[in-house]
Design a binder for this molecule. Sequence first.
Ligand SMILES: Cc1cc2nc3c(=O)[nH]c(=O)nc-3n(C[C@H](O)[C@H](O)[C@H](O)COP(=O)(O)O)c2cc1C
Length: 153
Amino acid sequence: MSVLLVYATLSGHTEELAELIKDRLEEADITVDVKEAYEAEPHEFASYDLVIIGTYTFGDGDIPDDVIDFYEELQQTDLTGQLFALFGSGDTSYEHFAGAVDRMDEAIREQQGMLIATKMKFDSDNDIQETEEQVDTFVAEILDARDQWQVHG
Ligand SMILES: Cc1cc2nc3c(=O)[nH]c(=O)nc-3n(C[C@H](O)[C@H](O)[C@H](O)COP(=O)(O)O)c2cc1C
């Protein structure tokens, strides 16, 4: 079973989350390839059982500039049968908390991709304990859905 984890970060929160998620998955003997969004290509998704995408949010709940090319390409890719999990770092003081995660969710659904876990939004104000608890919940849901990966993998 193999996972592609694509992330984008500006100040490091999403990168930290990506590392925690990767570590937890590797502890469960899952191979994880990590790429930043600017170097990832949606046409590679089909080589993986699961694609995890993590993004921060910029502007007014928007996809950040360094994710735009990846996002637009994803919007033009047939994602039928492809499995995803989504997470992102944001700040609850903004009107659209982690809005880029919702934009990504919409794009994946429009292209017939499927989310296997509840999308996870992390508040950058959270302390490490709260963050680790959320990561554990997110990864547990992904691991619980492993049967679905095997069907598709
Ligand atoms: C100009 C600007 C706009 C932002 N807009 C939003 C927003 O609309 N919603 C949100 O949840 N966070 C927003 N943020 C907060 C970042 O998404 C948040 O700090 C996040 O943790 C950054 O992740 P990173 O450390 O991986 O770069 C904004 C930050 C900046 C600097």
